[in-house]
Design a protein around this ligand. Sequence first.
Ligand SMILES: NC(=O)C1=CN([C@@H]2O[C@H](COP(=O)(O)OP(=O)(O)OC[C@H]3O[C@@H](n4cnc5c(N)ncnc54)[C@H](OP(=O)(O)O)[C@@H]3O)[C@@H](O)[C@H]2O)[C@@H](O)CC1
Ligand SMILES: Nc1ncnc2c1ncn2[C@@H]1O[C@H](COP(=O)(O)OP(=O)(O)O)[C@@H](O)[C@H]1O
Ligand SMILES: [K+]
Length: 517
Amino acid sequence: MKIFSGEQIYEADRFTIEKQGITSDALMERAAMQIFNWLHLRMQGAPVKIHLFCGIGNNGGDGIALARHLQEHGYHIAVYVVNYSQARSKDFLINLERLKDRKIWPEFLDSDKHFPEIGREDIVVDAIFGIGLNRPPAPWVVNLMQHLHRSEAFILSVDVPSGLYTNKGIENPDAVVKANFVLSFQAPKLVFFLPETGVYSNQWEILDIGLDQEYLMQTENEYDLIGKNEVLPLYKPREKFAHKGSYGHSLIIGGSRGKIGAVHLAARGCLRVGSGLVTTYVPKCGLTPLQSNLPEAMVINDSDEYYISKIEFDITPKAIAIGVGLGKEKTTIRAFTNFLKANDLPLVVDADALNILSENKTLLKLLPKESVLTPHPKELERLIGTWKDDFEKLKKAKAFSKKYDCVLVIKGAHTITIYEGRGYINSTGNPGMATAGSGDVLTGIITGLIAQGYPSLNAAVFGVYLHGRAGDIAIEETGYQALIASAIADTVGKAYIDLFKMPEVTQQEEPQDETAK
Ligand SMILES: NC(=O)C1=CN([C@@H]2O[C@H](COP(=O)(O)OP(=O)(O)OC[C@H]3O[C@@H](n4cnc5c(N)ncnc54)[C@H](OP(=O)(O)O)[C@@H]3O)[C@@H](O)[C@H]2O)[C@@H](O)CC1
Ligand SMILES: Nc1ncnc2c1ncn2[C@@H]1O[C@H](COP(=O)(O)OP(=O)(O)O)[C@@H](O)[C@H]1O
Ligand SMILES: [K+]
């Protein structure tokens, strides 16, 4: 699903209004109607008090129009205009008049002297600022936001949590509404997925307000949200007459004393994703545990007992993973450097191999084209330096990916894969996956996909999706806390099967055809 910038949404607005020959307030009416329907379906007329806090722009206009619909359906409402500016938008004013015509008189707030009382069981609609925020809110508006939070009422934000910019980070964490739910128009917003801003949108849903499909299809976007629909076209089916050689030989290089498990987990993910053959390359101490616990994987031993000291093998893998459990012994750094100088096979680089690259940046030039790098946030910082906010992080990540022609997989709650100036935001996964070794499993999965012939970018995007989906399916049995990395690997099969499951359709009563009786 495409994610658009603020400017693109405004442009889509203009385009739609012109092409469909409608007024801008008709579009606002659609938006308000959609929110009303959403709420009405869930509340069914319940006598809960709904407090609507409306700014003076179009976000506020949506709130004011929503208030009218709620009132018309008998809901118990209180409307407040958060009067932070005199520059009221045209459609806000139109809707304010419509409200007054129905004898609803909003309370105007313009200082923190008299904030209304809000009960814990009430509902707050936050329509203070939308995507038009362009400077910090006034201190009294910040106090109002805190007042909303203190009430502990359920907060439903219209379009975005008020106080979030669409194109830059947060200046003051108190100046953003923490929404329990966000109803966003037409397309998800990038801020829902970034770690600093995503925490303000606990849950979100998209409401289709009928913006022009042609515009939406043709407009080039920088970020995509990756779900089942996006990965299905990447999937490569298995051929009837295939043999294990058809699906690639993966080599996983890593491990050190006490960290052989990381290689086991990567190899397990690699096998489960379908790599035809998997060989691990580990120090001698890894031989017995690997052979006893993961008989499907082959083992090549380094000459050193505890650390990788020389990377030499006589197989020709289709893809190589390097770094899991590797450590940073001097001898290992030397071995890794010599390996990079000689290697031209596709690489997935993780963990300590990334840290070695960060400390020896000249080595980055030795990476084969389209190598996949899978840093978690700390490893990313070591690679690209610090950032002032998530937007700068993405900018730096794109520059880095371009400079070294690599696919950068920024791991997190919503892992973002960066390549050729574009970002692919993953939609699967859960907090149960914040567990030791889950990143190692991902490394193995991506490597196994490359070995099967997936191009690096597709392997990264698809691999991240499958890994997250496996985690989501696995927690149905384990819950968040008890999920462990090997279970993620072992559930990859179910994640594949799930790709081809149709979404469950709720049974709807067919309208009776009288003539058929
Ligand atoms: N296609 C869609 O998705 C549709 C979207 N719709 C809705 O429109 C919303 C966007 O509306 P919007 O452009 O009027 O901006 P909004 O966020 O209401 O801000 C109001 C104005 O306040 C100002 N301002 C900014 N910061 C400020 C500050 N700190 N303190 C004081 N003032 C500040 C700034 O104006 P300025 O003063 O800079 O001229 C700004 O313009 C969108 O989120 C959605 O809810 C639907 O109605 C229809 C279809
Ligand atoms: N809250 C979360 N939601 C979804 N996925 C998560 C979450 N926390 C971690 N993950 C995923 O788990 C993996 C953790 O990787 P990493 O930090 O390298 O762990 P390790 O080094 O222990 O293997 C990443 O793929 C990340 O995206
Ligand atoms: K809002």
